[in-house]
Design a binder for this molecule. Sequence first.
Ligand code: ZN
Length: 299
Amino acid sequence: MSFNLSEAKRSKAKLRLAIDGPSGSGKTYSALLIAYGICGDWSKIAVIDTERESANLYEDICGGGKKYLTGQINAPFTPQKYLEALHECENAGVEVVIIDSLTHAWTAEGGLLDIHAEAVKRQRTANSYTAWGDVTPLHRKLVDAILTSPLHVICTVRSDTEYSQEKDASGKTVIKKVGMKPQFRKGLDYEMTIVFSLDQAHQATVSKSRISTFPVNDVIQPCAETGKKLSEWLNSGSDIPTCSDCGKEIQAYGNMSAVQVALYTQRKYGRSVCTECGSKLKEINYGETSEYEEPRDVL
Ligand SMILES: [Zn+2]
């Protein structure tokens, strides 16, 4: 049987939190407090800072003791730089990494929208859709690195006011404020475990959640206690399965829990592996294919 029906089981997981909000809403500060609530040790927190050392501004919240770590990403804000920074944090022995902000990888110089614009120019086509072919794999790689990281990851995302043009009763065009739009590629909220949307009063609305103790639409004041509560839920699952190849914990991937990834790779490769090791394995089916086989007509 390949369906593998089994008892629903939630495994321990690492946090994938997005905090969106307009500038001045306190994204960095909230992220730091939540991170501290999770690990209880400032020296186990690293900030990947894209905003010209803004992460250093909050150094005071550590009190007199150990400080959190910060590193800079400067323009151009290529996805590759984010991957390298994340990797460095993973090797630095920290527990929580704050990517502040992810928006730069999307809208800033050298980011994914810039890469798209370059591809449009190169392809000399008015059809910008085909140019996404250059961008999507880079975008995917960045999001996957966040989703499969062995660290808790908090991403901040800037949101801007969105307007729409409408006609009023007399037929005159009016500009209407629609709401706040997070500045990153659509769909990020589906990939994260939970999303907090901050307003100018530093209040956060839970705008997306897979965490039962944080229901959607709840309004909270982000603080260390928030991180503690998140951590309790994340740690309340069963033990995380480990990879038979590298021995690391298997992480949840997209909508699959760690247990589901373990089951899936067990079926596909004959052993449970993490997504990183799994991507290196190729399915070998000696019965059906031959190196010399003529390519079949796809139609
Ligand atoms: Zn592995």
